[in-house]
Design a binder for this molecule. Structure first.
Ligand code: HEC
Ligand code: HEC
Length: 469
């Protein structure tokens, strides 16, 4: 039986199926995982480099957009009107603090602190979709600007500190080799606005890398939905389903979610605008209100004094950050010719059931440079039950407490080299690609079992492939 994601590859690429197993024939084009949009060379800038094939004008706008991504925002009112409006409550001052060099940032150390790359979402663990804390809102903002209002009773304060702890746990591969994992626990302390509401839980999110996102936006919706298999009718043990979320600009409330660890945002533009608002406290044409809740009175007053009409980042500048986010190139794959055994193990272990290797982007996509490209991101962008160990218990639209969106795997092997940090999964608990696989459970349990049963040289072959794509 040809499984669902493989059939998609066969359709989109016209590859011939191997008669003996499910491994598609190696295509040398896999070396350029973003087609013409792939970077030529690898450097320390590889996760924030423009696609080589875009126009000179777009390249200039890309770097202006990059400066808005990189440079810190300041509190209003300030002389630099183009980048004031920070806060009143915020997590960090710039995008790049979290998305370090465009990739994943340094992970928080254990202990009590105001984390940067690791943000804390709040949501109901018992009932209700998208229920947030009435006082703290949907995300903890550990930092604040100076209050512009003198109000002894309602002081402006950062919301809380995070107490992050790890417990080392041990397991064994079938061949007897021992491995270690670190199981995280999260607690809020110094809650400056009183306790959290009952049944509100924490969902930690470690900033992902952001290269190639424009291409994920350019995958045809029909090619994603072709992989939806809610009742597991093809009986591969995996029931992919897509999040259905609100598209803020059109008001449409059943758009297919693509971005964020639970696929909360339908478009890259909405993801970027939500980050400005939720993480830095910058209002914008899509999210017009500061993220102060009703009971955070000083936050509201400070924003009313600071904000001088209109969004803090106007459409003109937001367009540049969107353009930057859209055109970040994908690094080339390296030496796949001698990773064929690892590649084969990827397919025979069933990794590709969720990490769908390849697509052709929409030929009619609105941005011509991103249209009709053969890409190799290794994701279905669908939600999967990943088991209780990875669960956060929190619902975002149709994504339940056990579910996460499959992340893309292209370029992950360069993480350490480019950003100096190498942590994986939604909360950065995995210190290596191997640990990330070992945390897979739920629908991905059979794939993990394959990995556990491999001998050492096969494990290394699989990891070698993953580090090269
Ligand atoms: C406080 C840290 C932080 C800051 C600041 C931040 N991000 Fe993020 N970013 C994250 C996290 C965490 C996620 C995953 C969110 C989720 O699960 O919903 C994310 C997700 C994203 C994604 C989607 C990635 C994917 O795989 O779906 C993009 C694109 C992105 N951010 C761009 C930006 C831009 C542009 C800015 C600045 C305007 C920014 N971010 C600011 C932490 C941050
Ligand atoms: C049932 C679907 C499914 C299968 C099968 C699956 N994965 Fe995953 N994978 C996911 C999801 C979902 C995540 C994100 C989990 C999280 O962040 O908590 C993930 C995360 C990862 C990551 C971490 C990526 C990052 O950026 O943090 C790696 C590496 C990975 N998978 C490799 C593999 C390999 C190798 C296999 C086969 C042995 C495999 N996966 C099988 C769904 C799957």
């Amino acid at each position: 039986m040809i499984t669902k994601p493989l059939s998609l590859i066969l359709i989109t690429l016209g590859l011939a199926a191997c008669s003996d197993n499910k491994v598609p024939k190696f295509d040398p084009k896999e070396h350029r995982p973003a087609g013409a949009a792939t970077l030529e060379n690898i450097s320390s800038r590889s996760y924030v480099h423009p696609m080589p094939h875009i126009s000179r004008m777009d390249q200039l706008d890309f770097w202006t957009g990059f400066s808005l991504f990189r440079d810190p925002w300041v509190a209003a009112p300030a002389a630099t009107r183009d980048r004031d409006g920070l806060g009143p409550l915020f997590i960090t001052r710039s995008c790049i603090t979290c998305h370090h060099a465009g990739g994943r940032g340094p992970m928080s150390e254990p202990g009590i602190h105001k984390p940067s790359s690791l943000l804390i979402r709040l949501g109901s663990v018992t009932a209700g979709i998208n229920i947030v804390d009435p006082v703290y809102g949907g995300q903890i903002q550990p930092r604040h600007v100076h209050s512009l209002v003198n109000d002894d009773k309602n002081q402006l304060m950062g919301e809380a500190l995070l107490d992050l702890q790890y417990q080392e746990i041990e397991g064994k591969f079938t061949d007897g080799e021992i491995y270690q994992l670190r199981k995280p626990s999260y607690r809020l302390t110094g809650l400056n606005y009183g306790p959290l509401a009952k049944n509100i839980g924490l969902s930690p999110r470690y900033a992902p890398s952001i290269y190639g996102m424009g291409l994920l936006d350019a995958i045809k919706q029909a090619d994603l939905l072709a992989q939806e298999d809610i009742d597991d009718r093809d009986q591969d043990g995996i029931s992919a389903h897509y999040n259905r979320v609100k598209d803020v600009s059109s008001g449409h409330d059943t758009a297919i979610g693509r971005f964020g660890f639970k696929a909360k945002h339908p478009t890259l533009a909405q993801q970027v605008a939500a980050a400005f608002n939720g993480d830095i406290g910058i209002t914008n044409p899509l999210f017009k209100d500061e993220n102060c809740t009703k009971s955070q009175i000083n936050c509201q007053q400070t924003s009313a004094v600071g904000q001088q009409g209109g969004p803090e980042i106007p459409a003109k500048l937001l367009r540049l950050v969107n353009l930057f986010s859209t055109y970040i190139s994908v690094p080339p794959a390296r030496n796949l010719a001698n990773k064929q055994h690892g590649r084969q193990l990827f397919y025979t272990s069933g990794c590709q059931y969720c990490h769908t290797p390849s697509y052709v982007t929409d030929p009619n996509y609105t941005i011509p440079a991103l249209a009709n490209l053969t890409i190799w991101p290794y994701t279905d962008l669908a939600l999967h039950d990943m088991g209780i160990e990875l669960a956060d218990g929190i619902t975002e639209y149709k994504a339940n407490g056990n579910e996460w969106r499959t992340p893309p795997l292209w370029g992950i092997g360069l993480q350490q080299k480019i950003t100096g940090a190498s942590f994986f999964l939604h909360d950065g608990r995995a210190r290596s690609i191997s640990e990330a696989i070992l945390w897979h459970g739920g629908e991905a349990e059979p794939a993990k079992q394959h990995y556990l049963k491999m001998n050492k040289s096969d494990r290394q072959a699989l990891l070698g492939f993953l580090k090269s794509i």
